[in-house]
Design a protein around this ligand. Structure first.
Ligand code: NAG
Ligand code: NAG
Ligand code: NAG
Ligand code: NAG
Length: 323
């Protein structure tokens, strides 16, 4: 997340921007606009997007094939902000909510909680799972493959990955490492994006550290403990402003990067700016579509135009199939 950096960008609607990146250009399509700052994204099996927002406790739903389909789920109680979101069982999502001090980019202590949202019913069913009283910097969350009750949560301030047991309503530190830490006081953010990927027979945890500008990866156990050291995958070229990201089938990371780019890290030392310009203003997160091959090749990026009159959130679709 990165908030309220006042960059004035002249146009709100950016249709089919072709950018001069280092290699083949990629088409971007602006899909929707919201009156709120968008923070994170999860994709349902029907390819509908769930979008969280740092500036409102609601979650948006969008069918990217129908830009009139945008609507808000009911707000989460006792919160003014939502952050990490991940699917823990088919059409059941876990989400972080709380009261966010938007100047410091820190949660107000004692306000962070984890909820589940069950989308099997006509009206979504929300369940409060637990509070995280000492957590000031909870950001992205992800599931541990093969351990359906366990969620990992990045704390950008403490430099910690927590393991949350959704069934028992408990959490504890799973991994703590200097590579997760911020580089200074507020508003510096350390570990930010967080995703697991199963790559038989191992499971890897990928993360970005915004302050250090790195994408890292560590092998983890079924309970989220680190097995072996953390590898930095973009050793030659730092990515200052890297935020959340999506991992593709080849293990490459597509990283939303402030102020306005999507960077591709191939895991073999290479890094490329694939979108750069006004097409992805202040992007915060990215996720691939689900369903058909065409949908799986679409990368959806949450963006935010920040101006003196307020924030305009958006979603941009990027067709990655030529890449
Ligand atoms: C970008 O869009 C244009 C127009 O729709 C299309 O002709 C072109 O093939 C697309 N390029 C890529 C790389 O997808
Ligand atoms: C949420 O509440 C905190 C603490 O009162 C405040 O600093 C922040 O501005 C609020 N966020 C919004 C979007 O109103
Ligand atoms: C698009 O979404 C709107 C609002 O939900 C709905 O009324 C309309 O029928 C949808 N259009 C299509 C083609 O599905
Ligand atoms: C694109 O990125 C390069 C460096 O990677 C930067 O120098 C340039 O200003 C960027 N262009 C735009 C339009 O943002």
């Amino acid at each position: 997340m990165k908030l309220f950096v006042f960059t004035l960008i002249s146009t709100l609607l950016t249709h089919t921007t072709r950018t001069a990146a280092s290699s083949p250009t990629i088409n971007t399509t602006h899909l929707i606009t919201t009156p709120n700052f968008l923070e994170n994204i999860a994709v349902r099996s029907n390819n509908h997007l769930l979008l969280t927002s740092v500036s409102t406790p609601t979650i948006y739903s969008l069918d990217p094939s129908n830009t009139s389909s945008l609507y808000s789920l009911p707000p989460i109680p006792n919160a003014n902000s939502t952050a990490g979101i991940t699917e823990i069982a088919p059409d059941i999502f876990a989400v972080i909510a709380g009261t966010m001090d938007t100047e410091k980019l820190r949660w107000v202590l004692g306000t962070v909680s984890l909820w589940t949202i069950n989308l099997h019913h006509t009206l979504p069913v929300f369940r409060h799972v637990l509070n995280m009283p000492e957590a000031e910097g909870i950001n992205a969350i992800t599931t541990i493959p093969g351990s359906p009750n366990l969620v990992l949560a990045a704390d950008s301030v403490a430099g910690t990955v927590y393991r949350i047991d959704v069934k028992r309503g408990r959490y504890e530190v799973a991994i703590k490492d200097v590579l997760f830490e911020p580089t200074g006081p507020a508003p510096s953010l350390g570990i930010n994006g967080l995703h697991t990927q199963a790559s038989f027979p191992f499971t890897y945890l990928y993360f970005t550290n915004s302050a250090l500008g790195i994408l890292g990866r560590v092998r983890i156990s079924r309970i989220g403990q680190a097995i072996g050291p953390i590898a930095v995958l973009n050793d030659g070229s730092r990515i200052p402003g890297c935020d959340d990201f999506a991992i593709d089938a080849e293990g490459r990371a597509w990283i939303a990067t402030h102020p306005a780019s999507v960077n591709l890290v191939d895991g073999k030392g290479g890094m490329e700016v694939v979108v750069n310009g006004t097409g992805v203003p202040d992007p915060t997160s990215a996720a691939f579509g689900r369903g058909s091959k065409a949908q799986e090749g679409m990368l959806y990026v949450t963006t935010n135009l920040l101006s003196e009159t307020g924030v305009v959130g958006g979603v941009v679709g990027i067709d990655t199939r030529s890449h």
